[in-house]
Design a protein around this ligand. Structure first.
Ligand SMILES: *Cc1c(COP(=O)(O)O)cnc(C)c1O
Length: 461
């Protein structure tokens, strides 16, 4: 062992190798020195544990160091191909952005911008000023405010409108949104006291009416965006709650979560409340996520009566929860696409995926199938199957969209092996397994990704 340890080359000796000197010129001296030290330390460890019988040559060690550097240099937050069919997959970053939104980010991010500067006056401006008029026009409301995400929007709305007082919420709307986070817990952080009314399955208007008192500040309506109750159930529609609110001079805040910006007829599902309709129903404030059905960047949108939005804008939390310039750039560009509903359907990726016609998906499936077929041996079985997919990410719960999936099985590898290998591919692929077959739903795969996906699939089958 001692003899092996003595054979390990010095750090300087490796650093003088041409390949590493070249790497140092490209990446700077420090990362190379650190990688060499780490490599030699790993070598010593292996020798002490009796795992090595021979010290590798300097050339071999040099290759190892370069591989180590390559590993460290790659970004750890990386692109994946979503072959799950779930358009709003929170763990995969929710909405992919439209090309227009990406261009807007690029224009704004690399240099300075007029984020809070009025070019006409040469004076301070408002970062909200770019998206507010667009939102008001698209949704039909007096005022709008964009913050970090919808959880932030709810927190700010309740802090500004019911901080130190009470907020009424139905027991049927105590939603857990994911990763153990619950809407009532977030709401409570705003400093309002939540008063639960009604029962789990039934809440009547009189339940709210009876709970209203001196301390009541807000009537809160939370859209059950990720679950559905059926059977002996009843909840109070926004329009009814608004009438009670008007009688009692209390604002109604509606947390829609999913944020469908177009009119209902454009979406392929029923029972998803849209933003414009909720405002027409009279909600005083509506909040929702910009990266769910809207298909924009992560943001929380607050819409409604001018005086109420103004109260939120002036609240100290508004500063803590404000939106950054990259998201604002992407949000403005995405909202502009909505100025024409048909244009939005064609250019917002989430809408493309959710509203795709069955025939278009079948065509895409055939295209992917032949790209894979051309690259795989005959023994690999491939079939195009009709498939149903959920929307995901807190929108249209319990409603399934029809489309197509590619089913693969191989004589030499199990579905689980193929699925794991695809997750480890250079551009990882998130597929799924049914009845021992590997499935790729084409609804969430972009046209530009088809060829690369076929190549990676051919590698793993
Ligand atoms: C998704 C959702 C939220 C949280 O929105 P984020 O943008 O993820 O913060 C809050 N309320 C409801 C009803 C939701 O569906």
């Amino acid at each position: 062992m001692q003899q092996l340890l003595r054979q390990i080359p010095q750090v300087d000796e490796l650093l003088r190798m041409p390949a590493l000197m070249q790497a140092a010129r490209r990446q700077g001296h420090t990362p190379i020195v650190n990688a060499v030290r780490a490599e030699l330390e790993a070598l010593r460890e292996a020798i002490r544990h009796g795992e090595l019988e021979q010290v590798p040559s300097s050339a071999q060690l040099c290759q190892e160091v370069l591989a180590r550097l390559e590993c460290e240099r790659g970004y750890h937050l990386q692109k994946v191909i979503n072959a799950s069919g779930i358009a709003l997959y929170t763990n995969l970053g929710r909405a992919p952005l439209a090309k227009e939104a990406l261009q807007a980010i690029q224009q704004v991010a690399g240099g300075y911008s007029n984020l809070e500067y009025q070019l006409t006056e040469g004076a301070r401006g408002s970062r909200n000023g770019f998206v507010e008029p667009l939102l008001c026009r698209l949704c039909g409301c007096e005022a709008a405010l964009a913050v970090n995400n919808n959880a932030a929007a709810l927190l700010l709305a309740l802090a500004a409108l019911a901080g130190g007082r009470e907020t009424l919420i139905s027991r049927g709307e105590l939603v857990e949104i994911g990763d153990h986070f619950r809407v009532p817990d977030i709401a409570a952080q705003s400093g309002t006291r939540l008063i639960e009314v009604g029962s789990t399955n039934k809440t009547h208007l009189r339940d709210y009416a009876q709970a209203i008192g001196e301390q009541t500040g807000v009537l809160l309506k939370v859209h059950t965006s990720n679950f559905r109750m059926i059977g002996f159930t009843e909840s109070v529609p926004v329009a009814q709650l608004v009438r009670l609110g008007q009688e009692q001079r209390l604002p109604v805040v509606a947390d829609l979560g999913s944020g469908a910006l177009l009119e209902a007829e454009y979406y392929p599902f029923e029972e998803e409340p849209t933003v414009p309709q909720t405002l027409r129903d009279g909600a005083d404030v509506v909040c929702f996520s910009a990266d769910k059905l809207l298909g924009g960047p992560q943001a929380g949108i607050l819409l409604g009566k001018r005086a109420l939005i103004e109260q939120m804008r002036r609240h100290p939390l508004a500063r803590a929860l404000r939106l950054d310039k990259l998201s604002l750039a992407a949000l403005e560009a995405t909202l502009q696409l909505y100025l024409d509903s048909e244009h939005a359907l064609k250019s917002v990726p989430v809408l493309q995926s959710i509203c795709a016609k069955k025939e278009a998906l079948e065509q895409k499936a055939q295209q992917l199938a032949s790209l894979i077929r051309e690259r795989t041996p005959q023994q690999v079985q491939l079939e195009i199957l009709p498939a149903c997919r959920p929307v995901g990410g807190g929108a249209a719960p319990g409603q399934w969209l029809e489309g197509y999936t590619i089913a693969l099985s191989s004589p030499s590898r199990t579905a689980a092996q193929m699925e794991a290998a695809l997750r480890a591919a250079p551009v990882p692929v998130i597929a799924y397994i049914r009845e021992e077959r590997l499935l790729l739903d084409v609804a969430t795969i972009a046209q530009e990704e088809l060829l690369l996906l076929a190549q990676e699939v051919a590698q793993v089958v």
